[in-house]
Design a binder for this molecule. Sequence first.
Ligand SMILES: Nc1ncnc2c1ncn2[C@@H]1O[C@H](COP(=O)(O)O)[C@@H](O)[C@H]1OP(=O)(O)O
Ligand SMILES: [Mg+2]
Ligand SMILES: [Mg+2]
Ligand SMILES: [Mg+2]
Length: 353
Amino acid sequence: MPYAKELRIAQLAVQRATLLTKSVFHTTAKGTVSKEDHSPVTVGDFGAQALIISALRHHFPDDEIVAEEEAAELIANKPLSERIWSYVQATMLEDESAEQELGGPIQSEQEMLDAIDMGKSPGGAKGRIWAIDPIDGTKGFLRGGQYAVCLALMVDGDVKVGVLGCPNLPVDDSAPLDAHAGENQTDAEGKGVIFSAVLGEGATSGALSRGALSKEAPIHMKPIEDITQATFCESVESGHSSHSDQAAIAKLLGITKPSVRMDSQAKYGSIARGAGDLYLRLPVRADYEEKIWDHAAGDLIVREAGGEVTDVTGKRLDFTLGRTLKANKGVVAAPKAVHGKILEAVKQVLSSK
Ligand SMILES: Nc1ncnc2c1ncn2[C@@H]1O[C@H](COP(=O)(O)O)[C@@H](O)[C@H]1OP(=O)(O)O
Ligand SMILES: [Mg+2]
Ligand SMILES: [Mg+2]
Ligand SMILES: [Mg+2]
């Protein structure tokens, strides 16, 4: 299979990073600080980013990396840096050979800070570029809701590999779609799923494990016979996508089921495995540029599962333009057969505003 090594390293790296986020979740002090744009970042975000970058550097030292977080804040905040370092040191895959495969532990706090800062590539249309969101849906993570550890490889602006670690979604692809699953289920009861895709090779899901990778199975979007029976996913945060526009679109389509609100790219994973049907992300602000790390893995996983992903104008998401999706507004993801119909409703609602 093409990109087999990249896929395997990405899956192991995502899996290890989720272990760190889970141990941070179980402490009361999550080291939450507010970034310049007022969004939160935690010990979990920084630690997960350090672990993923260190594994990528070990195997693919010449690849570029676009990652959400940077270390500047930590250089000024030594106690926070030390806390992250203690989690990074304590986190390893329980399977020793898998841990070794990732290149073993980071050697020092400084090396960890350097790793965090290796995600500053401007991105673009040329070469091999990894996109990392160490915790997507930080607000969901803090609430005990959905979040995802996201990693994608783009080659010449095309997403080739995508991996989403979703520690609070059920493993079972046929479990009813429940935004609160993570709040009332334990790991032993089958919580934690990893979604993956390689361009042209399909999409899969498997159990997130604490060690070696688990067995995976192909996933597919659910064919929709009757759009009025569809379930659509949307953000929890009304500041991230327009709940009112999404409700108007659903109404126009005759959808009566309530939306399922969940944070993060868990929405892409959920529709890719047929637990939900549609993902609508209508812009709230005309000037917001979606970040590539918020969509690269999910876009590929949904397309490989039989879906179509565009923006609200019907254009494919364009990952060639740098760290953001400058040429796109919003996201409409649906099974291929009905995407056109959904898009018509989106356009109608937007043009009547
Ligand atoms: N105004 C906005 N419109 C769309 N997405 C946003 C906006 N502000 C922040 N985000 C991003 O939405 C993502 C979460 O999406 P969701 O609501 O689907 O969980 C986060 O990565 C968050 O970025 P950030 O990491 O900077 O907070
Ligand atoms: Mg994000
Ligand atoms: Mg994030
Ligand atoms: Mg963030």
